[in-house]
Ligand binder design. Structure first.
Ligand code: SRM
Ligand code: SF4
Length: 627
């Protein structure tokens, strides 16, 4: 039975050959599954795809491979659970083994939610919802709970139910953290109408998140994103996160290669050119991929599920990538990556990552979500078997074993803030510090103007939540430094400010244990007022053990946790010390826990740590013991 060129797989599961004809299908437009009230209101409304083919940036789309035929076992499990529409469920592209695990009684709750209706369904529904809300036919409160709080994350829309009900954080995809002036102005225009509620955050994956977004406009913003060569699809839940690389890619005198083309190609493959890729959107869990093109390891490959580390094969001189696998943080486990025992030629990177994601999709755990990150699978299977399996998924490629590197010198990770010569003679990059990554519309516009006036009309975001202006002629640096925006976002900030990173925290994040960004800025300012700090100290503030601000990679990491003061429960932190980054990176170890955030307690403690371990000295006129 064909509907609008699509196969309706309802009740047709015993005829698996029918499924084949979905192979290259666009997802069909279908009515949203919402509350009864919303369904009544929706009658007569067409579905507008937010990222529709009619008006998007490139118009390019992937041709998807055939989904596997449904096995008898899966067919029976689906029937048992009343799942009749394979395309609507998230099961379509999974292997039968993965389908069976997702359908198992003990499967994790998010698997059940995806089985019932995959997050990919929201890619088109968000357009319909926007139209209905604009017409006054429904409100966000009419949406089914799983749609608004879970499935909309497949469109990059994170409902802030606890902190700002009815508004969303919209997480973009900015491969390699690169944005153009035109994109910055578009983003400024997106958040401006939301007044004080509208801001943008640079994330720890060198990405941008918009705040204040409502469902009445989300589809139009998504459409605009695609028209501007950006997107928000597949940025949350069980999808690949923003592709990270190097903020100085293409201009760095010390890089092995420019990873930007690879990061763009990977993002296009993963997200189907920003339109959404149904074949890679039901992974067992999130997955982070980072490409490091120099010995600095700017994207922290050791804490990415997949780290591709550029190097020269000592035997042949060929530049390629050693693969590292399994790094991740979570409430239960913090793991640094293990050698993937694989070396990739540059042209193998995209096919390798595609195959790896398919292997993860088909073999990853779907029962215990705490064991669903890539590391568990690689550990179970072993790196050699994993390499062979990914090679099979690549169409029978025998992948080379990783190369063993031994550098004679020690390479310290460079600080990219300040003014630095590029590999292009006569040009510099200028790095400016954005404390805690928080920006407003006027800042985005200032960045747009400044990068056009002095640079090449682009900026780069860093995983430290800062901003780089590439390709500035040396002769323009003086005038650029005098721009007022650099009083707010300093080019030569203090040694604590320049190393400060902060997650979202309790202002917007529903799982936060503590407020982070404002507290981090206030405490760092006071510490810099009180102390001379002779070198950069990286202090990361993260609001809970999910560790989005990567507390364990910091010199001093602060993680929200329980504490008591005068017998009462108060906001507190665990303190981690001694994380190192770059070559041979190691995670910080826990030093203290249960420390109240109360400034009279935390501030002196941090001051002592800076004095004892980082050579800080009290400033003239500040009493040694002053709080
Ligand atoms: Fe994260 C969940 C924010 C990077 C580990 N993270 C969340 C949520 C979505 C929770 C929620 O629903 O509110 C946070 C949204 C808050 C908000 O309103 O902004 C959130 N994570 C962030 C960001 C924005 C922190 C920041 O201020 O920069 C980062 C967005 C990156 C991006 O552009 O995609 C962010 N999160 C990270 C990182 C760092 C990284 O990727 O290098 C980690 C640790 C590394 C890792 O994932 O292995 C991280 N976030 C988590 C986890 C724990 C994952 C796990 O396996 O258990 C969660 C919870 C979850 O996924 O269930 C989480
Ligand atoms: Fe929210 Fe915790 Fe992540 Fe901070 S670390 S953004 S509080 S989930």
């Amino acid at each position: 039975m064909q509907t609008g060129g699509m196969v309706n797989v309802n009740m047709k599961l015993s005829q698996p050959q029918q499924l084949r004809s979905c192979a290259n299908a666009r997802l069909p437009a279908r009515p949203a599954a919402r509350t009864a009230a919303a369904l009544r209101a929706s009658s007569g409304n067409g579905v507008a795809s937010a990222n529709g083919a009619s008006a998007n940036g490139t118009g390019r789309r992937l041709v998807l491979e055939d989904p596997p035929l449904v096995s008898e076992e899966v067919s029976a499990l689906m029937a048992e659970q009343g799942i009749t529409d394979l395309e609507k469920s998230g099961l379509l592209y999974l292997s039968n083994d993965a389908r069976a695990r997702a359908l198992a009684k003990k499967a994790a709750k998010p698997e059940k939610i995806k089985n019932e209706k995959g997050g990919h369904m929201m890619w088109s529904e968000v357009g319909e919802l926007g139209q209905m809300i604009r017409k006054g036919d429904m409100s966000w409160e009419d949406l089914a709970l799983d749609d608004i709080d879970i499935r909309l994350k497949w469109s990059g829309l994170f409902h802030r139910r606890k902190r700002a009900p009815g508004t969303f954080m919209m997480r973009l995809k900015a491969p390699n953290g690169e944005l153009t002036a035109k994109q910055l102005r578009f983003l400024a225009g997106c958040i401006e109408p939301y007044g004080e509620k509208g801001c943008a955050d640079i994330t720890t994956r060198a990405n941008m998140q918009l705040r204040g977004v409502t469902l009445g406009e989300a589809d139009q913003i998504m459409q605009g994103l695609v028209e501007h060569g950006l997107s928000s699809v597949m940025s949350g839940m069980d999808n690949v996160r923003n592709m990270t690389g190097s903020p100085i890619a293409g201009i760095d005198p010390h890089e092995f290669l420019d990873v930007r083309p690879l990061n763009y190609a990977l993002n296009d493959m993963i997200t189907n050119f920003g339109h959404g890729n149904p074949a890679l959107t039901n992974l067992p869990r999130k997955i982070n991929i980072g490409l490091s093109p120099s010995r600095d390891d700017f994207p922290h490959t050791h804490i990415n599920d997949v780290g591709l580390v550029a190097c020269k094969d000592p035997a042949t001189g060929e530049v390629g990538f050693n693969v590292e696998l399994g790094g991740y943080f979570s409430i239960k486990r913090n793991a640094t990556s293990i050698p993937g025992e694989t070396f990739l030629a540059v042209d193998q990177v995209v096919p390798y990552c595609k195959a790896l994601l398919e292997v993860f999709r088909d073999y990853g755990a779907r029962i215990d979500r705490q064991k669903a990150r890539l590391m568990w699978m690689v550990e179970d299977m072993g790196a050699d078997k994993f390499r062979e399996l990914v090679g099979e998924y690549m169409g029978g490629v025998t992948l080379r074993k990783g190369v063993h590197l031994k550098y004679d010198d020690v390479w310290a990770r460079r600080d990219v803030l300040g003014v630095h010569p590029q590999k292009q003679p006569g040009f510099v990059w200028v790095g400016a510090c954005v404390p805690a990554g928080r920006l407003f519309a006027s800042d985005l516009r200032d960045f747009a103007r400044v990068c056009e006036e002095y640079g090449d009309g682009t900026i780069r975001l860093t995983v430290e939540q800062d901003v780089i202006f590439p390709n500035v002629p040396e002769a323009s640096v003086g005038a650029m430094r005098a721009e007022p925006i650099f009083q707010k976002y300093e080019i030569e900030p203090g040694n604590l400010t320049r190393g400060m990173v902060s997650c979202t925290g309790a202002q917007f994040c529903g799982v936060a244990i503590i407020e982070t960004k404002n507290r981090a800025m206030a405490i760092v300012r006071k510490l810099e007022e009180q102390l001379d700090i002779p070198k950069k100290v990286r202090m990361h503030w993260t609001g809970c053990p999910n560790s989005c601000a990567q507390a364990q990679v910091a010199d001093i990491g602060l993680m929200g946790g329980p504490a008591r003061l005068d017998g009462k429960a108060v906001e507190g932190v665990r303190i981690f010390l001694g994380g190192t980054i770059g070559e041979g990176a190691a995670l910080a170890a826990e030093f203290e826990k249960g420390i109240p955030c109360e400034e009279s307690i935390l501030l002196p403690m941090l001051r002592e740590l800076l004095i004892e371990r980082y050579g800080a000295t009290p400033k003239a006129g500040v009493l040694a013991g002053a709080a």
